[in-house]
Design a protein around this ligand. Structure first.
Ligand code: CP
Ligand code: NVA
Length: 304
């Protein structure tokens, strides 16, 4: 059987996602009841980080240990990756010593080059273009709180970044709609987002219009990792794209608020929203652990 990678959200189809969400529920339940579940004994995950992380590292490392396996952390600073070793050579070597690789890096092309030479499945832990594990957790969190996301409206406010692109891919596969509002000049680039079409999203100049009647309002930092030089300019340009109480009030009364974290209160989100009653950001963060355990199990066991 060919190796299954998870490099972008659309690498999984609707049936596979349904399976993963079912397994997530089961795995989470066992975890909450302190019942060990260790189907990945003797398996080794290598985690490669070229950018900072709290949640992604923690959830993959803890998740792999809980499944009975081991996780090894590599970063650019203290490995040969930062000293110009070709990605292809690194892939050949790392994938001979491990069963699964997770990578957080810059351009999507880097992870694609790695995967093309890897003997084991490769998972995208965030690139400039996508953050598929995050949206697995976000959609699972939506389902937990509200049921199926099919036909629902997600309002994305702010930068059309890696997390936004991944929401847009998910909308095409799971048949929901995304209302996007970005400042002029920061609009969605459908090709970069890897979309099949433009049917599942609509762009709004005014973020209040994007939030109107939304089932879920979500945002992310104005300046993503790797773009720090633009930070001051972005703070000025994005000032009207802060998710605040007024935006939540025009959304549906049972709308949820999500943020992948880390968040900047007073920038992309007001404290009253992220710390308010509609916010599910802590469940969202926790669910990274549970969905990624289901994902690792799927890539290593279920497909064999
Ligand atoms: N949301 C997320 O990926 O967080 P980290 O950058 O802390 O991994
Ligand atoms: N868009 C953010 C997400 C961080 C988890 C970034 O790429 O920095």
């Amino acid at each position: 059987m060919s190796i299954k990678h998870f490099l972008q959200f659309k690498d999984l189809d609707a049936g596979e996602l349904e399976h993963l969400f079912e397994r997530t529920r089961w795995i989470k339940e066992k975890f909450k009841q302190y019942i060990p579940y260790q189907p990945l004994g003797d398996r080794t995950l290598v985690m490669i980080f070229e950018k900072a992380s709290t949640r992604t590292r923690l959830s993959f490392e803890a998740g792999m240990q809980q499944l009975g396996g081991a996780a090894i952390y590599l970063n650019t600073r203290d490995s040969q990756l930062g000293r110009g070793e070709p990605v292809e050579d690194a892939a050949e070597v790392i994938s001979r010593m491990s069963d699964l690789v997770m990578i957080r890096t810059f351009e999507q092309s880097i992870i694609e080059r790695f995967a093309s030479r890897s003997r084991v499945p490769v998972i995208n832990g965030l690139t400039n273009e996508y953050h598929p594990c995050q949206i697995l957790a976000d959609i699972y969190t939506y389902i937990e709180h509200r049921g199926s996301i099919k036909g629902k409206t997600v309002a994305w406010i702010g930068d059309s970044n890696n997390v936004c692109n991944t929401w847009l891919q998910a909308a095409e596969i799971l048949d929901f709609n995304v209302h996007v509002s970005t400042p002029p000049g920061y609009e969605v680039e459908p090709e970069r987002a890897g979309l099949y079409g433009t049917d599942h999203y609509e762009e709004f100049g005014d973020p209040m219009d994007a939030c109107k009647d939304a089932d879920l309002v979500t945002t992310d930092v104005w300046t993503s990792m790797g773009f720090e030089a633009e930070n001051e300019e972005r703070k000025r340009i994005f000032a009207d794209w802060q998710v605040d109480g007024d935006m939540m009030r025009v959304a549906r009364s049972d709308a949820l608020f999500m943020h992948c974290l880390p968040a900047h209160r007073g920038e992309e989100v007001a404290a009253e929203v992220i710390d308010g009653s509609q916010s599910v950001v802590w469940d969202e963060a926790e669910n990274r652990l549970h969905v990624q355990k289901a994902l690792m199990e799927y890539l290593l066991n279920d497909r064999n």
